[in-house]
Write a protein that binds this ligand. Structure first.
Ligand code: ADP
Length: 211
């Protein structure tokens, strides 16, 4: 019997609103040697050609939602469900359990002391059930807007529309076990991520209390 069977002893769910600095913080954890599972990547894996979900989606919406090479036209699907809550619900009911399964499988394979699940919709999709703690990358809304504008060239109105579909800052804060405030420059973010990494490393090597 391997004492490393199953999953790492500690799984951290990392989340935050658009432009909060999730991807940047996740990359810093990665450079510190932490295995990361990215929920956005897993969301693409479950609809790859050959996966059952792709057939189901094409059957439901029609073959015009596939590219000529047989892959999913994600932009077309996004547009289709954007203004139609019933279809959006249908798609989420299909995909969310599959994405969770894929994430769980990848997390089980992780070999680092602790692992991170990075997900913009961690709690909204129930993926937080796969984690031991929720780490919020938190930033003032003005900075979310400004960073997204600089990154994507998105207008404040576009970013505000996306933010309106996501949990509010206070909802996220209420759900988080740990918070990294990303309100300074990149070197401050790195210092804060390093401190959190030390805390998680200590936590994951401390034997758990049995109840
Ligand atoms: P998210 O993944 O949460 O949408 P990103 O990590 O992509 O956010 O960050 C959004 C943009 O802001 C990126 O271009 C990133 O380089 C930049 N950024 C993130 N944190 C900081 C910071 N503390 N100082 C300056 N720029 C930052």
């Amino acid at each position: 019997m391997s004492n490393n069977a199953g999953r790492p002893s500690l799984i951290i769910g990392l989340t935050g609103g658009i432009g909060s600095g999730k991807s940047t913080a996740t990359q810093i954890f990665q450079t510190l040697g932490v295995d990361v599972v990215d929920a956005d990547v897993m969301a693409r894996v479950v609809v790859e050609p050959g996966k059952p979900a792709l057939q189901i989606i094409a059957g439901h919406f029609g073959p015009q939602f596939l590219h000529p090479d047989g892959s999913l036209d994600r932009a077309a699907v996004r547009q289709r469900v954007f203004a139609d809550p019933t279809e959006r619900q249908w798609l989420e009911t299909l995909l969310h359990p599959l994405i969770r399964q894929e994430i769980a499988q990848r997390l089980r394979k992780s070999a680092s002391v602790y692992a991170i699940l990075s997900s913009p919709l961690l709690s909204e999709t129930g993926q937080d059930a796969l984690t031991d703690r929720v780490l919020l990358i938190d930033a003032p809304e003005t900075q979310q807007l400004e960073r997204t504008r600089l990154r994507d060239g998105a207008s404040p109105e576009d970013v505000a529309a996306i933010m309106a579909t996501q949990w509010s800052r206070s909802q996220r804060q209420a759900r988080a076990d740990d918070v990294i405030l990303n309100d300074g420059d990149l070197s401050q973010l790195e210092t804060r991520v390093r401190a959190m990494h030390q805390a998680y490393t200590a936590l994951s090597t401390t034997p758990r209390q049995t109840e």
